[in-house]
Design a protein. Sequence first.
Length: 248
Amino acid sequence: MSGERVELQVPDSDVRLGVMRYGHWGRPVLVFPSEAGRAEDFAAHGMVGAVQDLIDAGRVSFFCVDSADGWTWSANDKPTEERARGHAAYLRWLDEAVIPWITEQLGGRLPVITLGVSMGAYHAVHYSLTRAHLAPLGIGLSGNYDPSSWHAWGETGDATYFANPMHYVPGMSGDHLEWVRSAASVLLVVGQGAFEWEPTKAYPSTLAFAQVLQDKGIRHELDVWGHDSAHDWPWWQRQIAHHLPRFC
């Protein structure tokens, strides 16, 4: 399915990143690609086709974004804190450019679902947990939710802490925790097959993060697929086709 691409400027920079839209009606789904991916990847790897029936029925519209991993989390020559600050700029782009554009496209604000695969799963779940008023449901497929395991080096501070769900979720308390409990929901899906253990560590990271959410009483589901389920697009197609119809 062909989509419409727009380029939206990252605040306080000359960088423009792309968004692709697929579908004209229905629940908006903000889609993050795998590491260093582009907005077009979701359709190119069969993910749109896997749920074409939902699009045709007007139940869902996908808004797929470019990643900024190349100058944030995947820039391994930079210390972790600098990468985390770059990630904060990416979040500003989502907040100040992408979400308003989605709202304009829809003629009003609807609750957004976030969805991502591999490193995109981290982005989807992190965005939902920190912005549940915009995106109350985050769906992560084959994610690693601990940026401190991504070639981390150098001294870290607030930028890294507040970008790492494995750190800031255990630190939640009081009114903020109660708000997250009431507003946010997370679906974590992972397989046990090829590349889910090594080198991605998606399987152990997903289970560890599910336990963190459980300990904090944050609504979540954990769906573990079998030893044949690999860290790859054909399996993510099956997983999205299995789960997304419940929410749209």
